[in-house]
Design a protein around this ligand. Structure first.
Ligand code: KG4
Ligand code: ZN
Length: 334
């Protein structure tokens, strides 16, 4: 069985093929970063238009290069939400049209479930139950996963998502979009202790996050500097990253302690951050908790995670009609 996966929830056009016997056999991502960079963030209308331009040629080139035809595909998975509605509609309408033309099922996938399940595409996949930390540009959530598709939300961001905070701080420092990888690189050269930024909501009980106060604290330090040198920038990046990562670690520990679960899955774009992985090692050492990550190339948005999540759904008997429906917001627990 082969599933075509289409991801268009934000600014990456992702197309992939998951094969039941061989795993991910194709995974191509066209990034729109150059298009959005000058605005310092994603412009939804431009994103939709670019997905329309790129998606079909991307699918066509994969099929031509791999000598695949419509008879080789058994289902088409697409991201049905959460995300930007225009971009989601591009992927959903194409998936439904191809499904109708080829006589195969279409499978609407939850974007964050795609991120989560990408962890199963490793040599040492997690087993249920586990705690999932989902940290991306749109989400910061802690979820207890008891079984396949049985999720309980434990806590989430009350304002900015973790990746969004990286992006906004990068913008304040005059760095490129997306901010996560740039901050990570710059932070490696800076002093994480020069600025003592808050670890928001760690003193209060609970598993919710809040990153907007941390972002404001960084803005205040920038304003207090007469002129921001490159050393200042590196120290600000390092101190911000240290505060964000420590906050995340404390919340993960709390979720693991509260549930007694001994396995942690970290997914979403921010899971590509190697300093985060380093920081979470403390949990492995002190609490004997096993931590799982997706393969590095599947941490940020891609079609492979959607193809795989669609495959899992199809196997569990999921069916949908040809109504085109996407959701900007969509709690994973539903
Ligand atoms: O999952 P993703 O590709 O798209 C969404 O679903 O949002 O995540 C993108 C987010 C961006 O905010 C980006 O800055 C962040 O993930 N990100 C990182 C890193 N790589 C990507 N944040 C911190 N460190 C990284 N290395
Ligand atoms: Zn994502």
């Amino acid at each position: 069985m082969k599933i075509l996966g289409i991801e268009t929830s934000c600014d990456e056009t992702g197309v992939a093929i998951f094969c039941e016997t061989e795993g991910v056999i194709e995974n191509r991502v066209y990034s729109q970063i150059d298009l959005h960079r000058k605005y310092g963030g994603v412009i939804p209308e431009l994103a939709s238009r670019d997905h329309i331009r790129k998606i079909l040629p991307l699918i066509k080139s994969i099929f031509e290069e791999r000598h695949l035809g419509k008879k080789d595909i058994n289902g088409i998975a697409y991201t049905a939400g959460p995300g930007l509605v225009g971009p989601l509609l591009v992927g959903a309408s194409l998936a439904k049209s191809l499904a109708l033309a080829w006589g195969v099922p279409s499978i609407g996938v939850h974007h964050m479930e795609g991120h989560l399940l990408a962890t199963l595409l490793t040599e040492d996949p997690p087993t249920y139950p586990f705690i999932a930390l989902l940290v991306s540009g749109g989400h910061s959530q802690l979820i207890a996963c008891y079984e396949s598709q049985e999720y309980q939300l434990l806590g989430e961001s009350q304002d900015d998502a973790a990746g969004e905070a990286f992006d906004k701080v990068a913008k304040m420092l005059g760095l490129d979009y997306p901010g996560g990888p740039v901050i990570e690189k710059l932070a490696a050269k800076g002093d994480p202790e020069r600025f003592s930024f808050p670890r928001p909501m760690t003193k209060k009980p609970g598993l919710d996050f809040s990153f907007s106060g941390l972002k404001t604290a960084v803005a205040n330090e920038i304003n207090a500097l007469a002129r921001m040198t490159s050393n200042d920038k590196a120290d600000l990046a390092a101190s911000f990253q240290a505060a964000a990562l420590e906050t995340i670690r404390i919340k993960c520990e709390r979720a693991l302690d509260g549930t007694g679960i001994k396995s942690l899955v970290v997914a979403g774009g921010v899971s590509a951050n190697l300093a985060l992985r380093e920081s979470l090692k403390k949990i492995t050492h002190e609490k004997n908790v096993k931590i799982h990550y997706p393969p590095l190339d599947l941490c940020t948005d891609n079609g492979a995670m959607i193809a795989f999540a669609g495959y899992k759904r199809l196997c569990s008997g999921y069916q949908e009609d040809l109504t085109i429906q996407v959701r900007a917001r969509w709690p994973l627990a539903n």
